[in-house]
Ligand binder design. Sequence first.
Ligand SMILES: Nc1ncnc2c1ncn2[C@@H]1O[C@H](COP(=O)(O)OP(=O)(O)OP(=O)(O)O)[C@@H](O)[C@H]1O
Length: 254
Amino acid sequence: MSGTSGDAVVETRGLRRTFGALVAVEGLDLDVRRGEVFGLLGPNGSGKTTTIRMLCGLLAPTAGSATVASYDVAREPEAVKRVIGYMSQKFGLYDDLTVAENLDFYASVYGLRGAVRAARVGELLDGLGLRARERQLAGTLSGGWKQRLALACATAHRPRLLFLDEPTAGVDPAARRRFWATIHELASAGTTVLVTTHYMDEAARCDRLAFMARGALIAVGTGDEITARFGLATVEDVFVLLQERELAREEAAR
Ligand SMILES: Nc1ncnc2c1ncn2[C@@H]1O[C@H](COP(=O)(O)OP(=O)(O)OP(=O)(O)O)[C@@H](O)[C@H]1O
């Protein structure tokens, strides 16, 4: 890990990704510290998912650099994948496999074998309250249980970092609250969590936030620091302001 960032476990410098003429992520300089719950916020299309996919070693940067747990995402994507867990917007579950089979599958993909794998699957079933549903097909679970299972799958190998892309979209408030309790337990145990969300109550549960707009970082800090910078009362006000600016830009471009 490079000298100036101290305990940064995610570090990007000038990170950029284009798709043809479209600049999805532009010149991103980001530091996420070990054990922090870090929220990535921004309007639709602002580059959050593209950023997460680069940090997970799933998408090559066009330019700039990023390290995750000191591994370079462009040069060492396989090493990155071993130390991270990724829960995508679509959860990535296999609908025609049971709860236990999904867990077993992910545990095997993450390199767990034999008795260690069986023990870990059992631990996840019990720890996340999935035992009663272990033989149920994932496709028949409610949204809240799918989310729980997806989190269990993403943490099967006890990753040092967890990337969560809109993890609670379409999930009821009680399930969201339970989910966040689990996230904070993981963070207390030293897991670094980077999460994207459109929900402001979830933003309030993050230690620090980064706002993105049109692929660029607009502001980074605690909720209080960011609202102070914009001279607004709440993080939601900042979010709405950015969204309105985006809409105005789109109108002007028409
Ligand atoms: N594979 C791709 N090919 C072409 N364009 C893409 C691709 N992936 C993303 N984009 C574009 O890059 C921009 C950023 O998208 P991204 O999904 O990163 O935004 P986001 O902030 O995660 O949005 P949302 O909040 O809607 O999930 C968008 O304009 C999107 O259409």
